[in-house]
Ligand binder design. Structure first.
Ligand code: ADP
Length: 619
């Protein structure tokens, strides 16, 4: 079962608080490292400012001591070295921890994608969201939170240190007589300074809050196009198996057109977003520069009128620069935090998506496994977003020990029936019962354990052969080899360079072994046999095999399925007429049911399909 940490925990909390909690739990060293880094980065520039001011003051003093001067210079160099090294080390540490966090993000997205309802995973909007999140990478969401916390803290520390210097600066009084000196020592100056500083800060925060929405929207548009472009590139250029069709159908031109269209959109939106960011930073910079200019003027006048010496002049001008940088950093960080909150909202909305399928709690007991009966009661189902039902008015029973064949034309609803039986979807009308209880009421994972399946669009992963058969990395090698033998893969297994440990496909390893369509299907059948679940579903498991291999495998599978329940879906009617019951589907309805002989005698759709196929085999 999934740990709470992987889901982000803390459902219902604000997304910033929840993300912080998640980081503290999963990457505990990150926040302490962030705080130390913020303090070190904030304090570092002041080493130079304060000590160079002290050196200049000492130099300007007629009774200066050379020893003291050397001490100050050595202290400045030493502290600069230590501070520089500490900052570099902490930045590196933060980067490593950030990488760890990135993996946490990817793991949580993957875990949610696998546990969410199958129906939800098929929704294109969900699909888009899922693919987009890992592409945020280091720029948005969870991964940037610590960086932003560090920047905010640093700017606050800088302001704190600056405030101390500002108080010291205003306490230094200009000396002499006259209007200028009276004005410089007047209380109105600190008040004007505070007002200017406050309005500059308020404008920065206001514009940050206003612009983040525009920038976020632009980023989303860019990411959507980028995501499509990456998927297109991935599926059509990077997946070498598609290369055949691309070449033979000369699809390069249409692919390049589509990629260029997407890149064009990305550039256009990026220009717009950059324009917004530029306008924002120009107005913020203008405000800060006017503020800095006024403060410089004031510092200069006070120095001229004897409030402090050249050393302090250096210190206070340094203070103005640092304070300006601190304010700018603070506004930028606040904007980023506002913006990032939207990404975090999206991330947690994804993790919190409801899993309706997992709501049942009844266990699948040994008693049920030993004796079971499924019953479809007036079941109807329409795929999400479709108008016409793919199945309607389905009533039938499937029992232990009974092999049932499902036949019918393409699109008649055969696969949909087994998807409902496996709870990949739930019917909108009617219900499916297992031993008289609606299948929704059973514990979902235990219910899934009930089925061994081979789907038409089976998946063989780029893992080792044995891992594919067992769907686990630790498995019973003898049983896996036996399953492959029974699936008709025995001879091929002998030619595999590393036996069960042979790596399949060349995605990850140069020496990976490619499988033909028929071989892949045999491995999928072996996986079904290895699982050895109470009920078997074989949806055209042998479509890619030649008739001789098919007959051989069916015979072996019959032995394996002995005593269990099974559904066979096949287009070749000849391969399933051994089933005791055949259900004929047409247009989403169960049209006919009976044995092969009964159905032929009825001269309905089955009779027509049988004769149409028999003609080909006879000729
Ligand atoms: P069969 O297995 O008999 O060939 P299916 O059960 O796969 O037929 O499909 C029945 C109908 O449902 C078809 O019209 C098909 O287009 C439609 N269908 C299948 N899968 C989906 C889906 N994921 N979304 C929408 N419609 C679907």
């Amino acid at each position: 079962m999934r740990k709470d940490g992987e889901s982000g925990g803390g459902k219902g909390q604000g997304s910033l608080k929840r993300a912080a909690g998640m980081i503290i739990r999963e990457v505990p060293a990150l926040f302490p490292a962030t705080v130390i880094l913020a303090v070190a980065e904030a304090a570092y520039p002041y080493i130079g400012i304060i000590l160079s001011a002290a050196i200049v003051t000492e130099l300007a003093d007629s009774q200066r001591e050379i020893g003291h001067l050397f001490f100050l210079a050595a202290l400045m160099v030493g502290l600069n070295c230590v501070g520089g090294l500490l900052v570099a080390f902490l930045r590196q540490l933060q980067d490593v921890l950030k990488y760890k966090q990135m993996k946490l993000l990817e793991k949580s997205i993957a875990a949610k994608s696998w546990e969410m309802d199958y129906k939800t995973t098929c929704d294109p909007k969900v699909h888009e969201k899922r693919n987009m999140m890992p592409h945020w990478g280091y720029e948005h969401g969870l991964v940037t939170l610590a960086q932003q916390a560090s920047s905010l803290l640093e700017s606050l520390f800088v302001m704190g240190i600056s405030i101390v210097l500002v108080v010291e600066f205003f306490s230094a009084r200009a000396v002499g007589e006259g209007t200028v000196v009276r004005l410089l020592n007047h209380w109105i100056f600190p008040v004007v300074f505070l007002l200017l500083f406050g309005s500059n800060a308020a404008y920065g925060i206001w514009s940050a809050a206003r612009s983040q929405k525009v920038v976020y929207q632009a980023n989303k548009e860019i990411e959507a196009s980028n995501n499509l472009a990456v998927s297109l590139f991935q599926s059509c250029c990077a997946e070498y198996q598609r290369g055949k069709d691309v070449r033979l159908f000369q699809a390069q031109k249409i692919l390049l057109q589509k990629l260029s269209g997407l890149y064009g959109t990305i550039v256009k939106v990026q220009e717009r977003a950059k324009g917004v960011a530029r306008r924002m930073s120009v107005s913020a910079d203008l405000g800060s520069n006017i503020f800095n200019l006024l403060v410089y003027l004031f510092v200069g006048l006070k120095a001229i009128y004897g409030a402090f010496g050249p050393g302090s002049l250096l210190k206070y001008t340094g203070m103005v620069v640092q304070m300006g940088n601190g304010v700018e950093k603070m506004f930028n960080t606040i904007r980023e935090i506002f913006q990032n909150k939207r990404y975090l909202d999206d991330y947690f909305a994804y993790l919190d998506m409801e899993n309706r399928a997992a709501e049942g709690s009844l266990p699948i007991t040994d008693k049920i496994r030993e004796d079971y009966e499924f019953e479809f009661c007036n079941v109807a189902f329409t795929y999400p977003g479709m108008e016409a039902p793919s199945l309607s008015g389905i009533n039938c029973k499937l029992r232990k020990g009974e092999k049932v064949a499902i036949v019918g034309r393409n699109g008649s609803g055969k696969t949909t029936l087994v998807k409902l039986l496996c709870r990949l979807y739930d019917p909108q009308e009617g219900e499916i019962l297992l031993n008289g209880v609606n299948i929704r009421q059973y514990q979902y994972e235990e219910y899934l354990e009930f089925f061994s399946t081979v789907f038409q669009d089976y998946s063989i992963f780029a893992f080792q052969l044995g891992e594919n058969v067992a769907a686990e990395s630790v498995y019973d090698e003898k049983a896996a080899a036996c399953a492959l033998e029974n699936a008709g893969f025995g001879e091929r297994l002998k030619t595999m360079p590393e036996g069960l440990r042979t790596q399949l496909y060349k995605y990850f390893y140069e020496d990976g072994v490619e499988l033909s369509g028929g071989e892949g299907q045999k491995v999928a059948i072996a996986r079904c046999l290895y699982k050895d679940a109470p009920y078997a579903i074989l949806d055209e498991p042998t479509a890619a095999l030649d008739p001789v291999a098919e007959a051989d495998i069916y015979q072996r599978m019959n032995q394996f399925i002995q005593g269990k329940g099974a559904i066979y879906i096949s287009h070749r009617l000849s391969s399933c007429h051994f089933c005791r019951r055949i259900m004929v589907f047409d247009g989403g309805r169960l049209l006919e049911t009976g044995t092969h002989e009964e159905l032929l005698g009825r001269q309905g759709l089955y009779y027509k399909l049988w004769n149409a196929q028999a003609k080909y085999y006879q000729s």
